[in-house]
Design a binder for this molecule. Structure first.
Ligand code: BG6
Length: 476
């Protein structure tokens, strides 16, 4: 008894997500036999085209297929054109889905609607699907991805509309960082290793930095980006998710609800960000690369931040007093995402100056975990040298592959497993933390500092992180 996968993967003007992520992830699952071989995938969008033209849009993005796998996969991908706001179009889609279900003899339909859509049509499509494409028996699931509004109020409004149509257990809100290998590792690593967990508290930790760096700018999507800015793009969702996994208390079990209860609990202890705890920046032309405002789709007077460093405070007994610095920026000197936990000074009186211990979880590009420690320099004298305890995935483990975030997430959604999806109350708590700051920036009350394309960020960054105790001695 096969399951049917109906995927209104939207191509056309805004179909980048489907072409680059959703369909290639489905292909990977297909190759790994994690998608039942008799599944059917349906692309749905406004553009009129036939199956062949549809395949032409994404076939080049299907990677690593062995002989014939790609062709096999394309055979199960059909296309249905239709509007986003018309019942008869959705009824047509429903007929197609039912036809496929008959073909594969599915008694209990498993319908997954992946909305790779721009936010202005989320609600209308969710309504059209519910009304016309909802299977009475079996499962109906809807997958959506940010932007979930622009602040607390608009998010609540959007979620309120969706909730009238789709139940919480049918709704899968993607934050693709929750599908990344190292992010999925955080809870396992913390609660399986007593010495790691015992070191995560304000007795030992001085400060924590969660950093996202990209070496390219917003070229090509400046107009879109300008409406949101880096804080809505990265910190409010991706980095806040990482923060909650790192700071939450032990869940009773790894069930989705137990995990998410703890994430919400810890977020409730994070006060709204204060304006003095913020540094924002915007990149300017340098090294032959264009500045943010050189993009024609960006308003010339834009105050939109492309870089932000924010200090957040987690007022639980465990974390009280430890600053969490969430940094994110485009057009920087490198591409890197990591968590860096810096420990308190140690050994005063016994030693001169020694670098602090650090525990680093590198999320990308190459997953690794390393700890910086001080060790006796081998030899006849008695002095210390900083060294690293180093676990690089690709050096230590052969025959492993980190799945793409979207593979993991789509597989979970197919199984109805919610732990790596964002619950509505998590979203609300996160928006509560960011909304006052975002409004202040939107109103022009906080000004951007310029930084050069390809640099480390605004010049005052070192001063900013220094204020929160971050010590760069180990870095140079
Ligand atoms: C997206 C942001 O959510 O994440 C993009 O909208 C950003 O601006 C992307 O480039 C980064 O994702 P990853 O997986 O490449 O780190």
């Amino acid at each position: 008894n096969g399951s049917l996968l109906a995927t209104p993967a939207v191509l056309g003007a805004s179909g980048d997500l489907a072409k680059k992520k959703t369909l290639p992830a489905l292909f990977s699952l297909f190759r790994l036999s994690l998608l039942p071989k008799n599944s059917r995938i349906i692309g749905y969008a406004r553009t009129k085209m036939d199956d062949k033209e549809f395949h032409g849009k994404f076939a080049d993005n299907l990677k690593d297929g062995k002989d014939g796998e790609k062709e096999e996969f394309l055979k199960i991908c059909n296309y249905v054109p239709g509007a986003y706001d018309q019942d008869d179009a959705f009824q047509n889609l429903n007929k197609e889905i039912e036809k496929k279900e008959k073909e594969i003899g599915s008694k209990e339909p498993q319908r997954l609607f992946y909305m790779a859509l721009p936010p202005n049509v989320f609600t209308v499509v969710a309504a059209g699907l519910k009304k016309n494409c909802y299977a009475e028996k079996g499962h109906n699931r809807i997958v959506i991805e940010k932007p979930f509004g622009k602040d607390l109020e608009s998010c609540q409004e959007m979620m309120g509309e969706l909730k009238k149509l789709w139940k919480e257990e049918e709704t899968f809100r993607i934050d693709h960082y929750l599908g990344k290998e190292m992010v999925k590792n955080i809870l396992l690593m913390r609660f399986a290793n007593p010495f790691v967990e015992a070191g995560l508290n304000n007795q030992l930790v001085d400060n924590v930095q969660i950093t996202f760096k990209e070496p390219f700018g917003t070229e090509g999507r400046g107009g879109y980006f300008d409406e949101f800015g880096i804080i809505r793009d990265i910190q409010q969702n991706h980095l806040t998710q990482v923060l909650s996994l790192l700071t939450m208390e032990r869940p009773a079990t790894f069930s989705a609800e137990n995990i998410r209860d703890e994430k919400v609990k810890v977020l409730k202890n994070v006060p709204a960000i204060k304006e003095e705890d913020v540094l924002i920046g915007q990149y300017s032309a340098a090294n032959g690369k264009p500045g943010y405002k050189d993009d024609d789709t960006v308003p010339k007077d834009s105050n939109c931040p492309t870089f932000a460093a924010l200090a957040l405070w987690v007022n639980t007994p465990r974390w009280q007093g430890v600053p969490f610095i969430l940094k994110a920026g485009k057009a920087l000197d490198e591409g890197k995402v990591e968590i860096r936990i810096q420990y308190r000074d140690q050994g005063k009186g016994l030693f001169e100056e020694i670098p602090r211990n650090e525990l680093v979880l590198r999320i990308q590009p190459e997953e690794s975990i390393y700890a910086k420690i001080s060790n006796k320099k081998p030899g006849l004298e008695s002095s210390l040298v900083p060294v690293e305890l180093d676990f690089k995935y690709n050096a230590r483990m052969t025959d492993y592959r980190s799945p793409e975030a979207y593979e993991t997430l789509i597989l979970d959604a197919l199984k109805g497993e919610h732990s790596s999806f964002v619950r509505e109350d998590e979203l609300n708590e996160s928006w509560r933390v960011y909304t006052p700051l975002l409004h202040a920036i939107d109103a022009g009350k906080i000004k951007n500092e310029k930084y050069e394309y390809g640099s480390r960020g605004p010049q005052s960054l070192n001063h900013f992180i220094g204020k929160y105790g971050y010590d760069r001695r180990g870095m140079e």
